[in-house]
Design a binder for this molecule. Sequence first.
Ligand SMILES: [Zn+2]
Length: 85
Amino acid sequence: MEPSQDPNHPMNASRYHTGKKCIEKGCDKPAGTGWSPFWCQPCNAKRLTHVSDVLQHEVDRHAGKVPQTSEPPKRPGSFAGSASS
Ligand SMILES: [Zn+2]
């Protein structure tokens, strides 16, 4: 398990909560982790997993494991930020 996916990890402690709600559409969990003040813990974990997937895709592209024209994985659902631009 990645630290971001562990609700009991120190980086997910309540001291990082901002008092605002998560910016993810339809999510009203408390925002704020050691990684970002904008997302709640579960949404942040999903976000970082997606970022890792995109980076891995770029590594695979560089290594020739996927075609040069291959699109990086798309994140399901809404996404307030962008990992690619
Ligand atoms: Zn959330």
